[in-house]
Design a protein around this ligand. Sequence first.
Ligand code: CO
Length: 137
Amino acid sequence: MITALDHIAIAVPDLEGAIARFLEDFGLQHDGNEVVEAAQTTTAFFSVPATHIELVHPLDGAGPIATYLDKRGGGLHHLCFRTDDIDADVERLRAKGYQFTSDAPTPGAHGSRVIFIHPKSCDGVLIELSQPAEAHS
Ligand code: CO
């Protein structure tokens, strides 16, 4: 039986730069690097708390997910990091040069506030920041 989401793998052209992003910019715990000879790779792992799987489907046949499905027919769409202060994180990451797909956070699921970092700022991966409703100040 499936017991957990073990990990999500992101192919990165610049390993040290990507480690710095997840460690310093996103504040995750770096568990270390490991050479996996059999796969001809160097891997870096980061720990995150228990997570969820989100299935996303267009509401009325329009919007960004409809566009995505038209282009690709489905697929892994984004990673989402939880934050307890989305406004501060957006300001901090903007100052570091991160580009966002909108000017300010917008309403997300469960009363959250969300914003997306542009994939070109993160090795082609769309990354969402989400502040849960209960963490609103
Ligand atoms: Co999401």
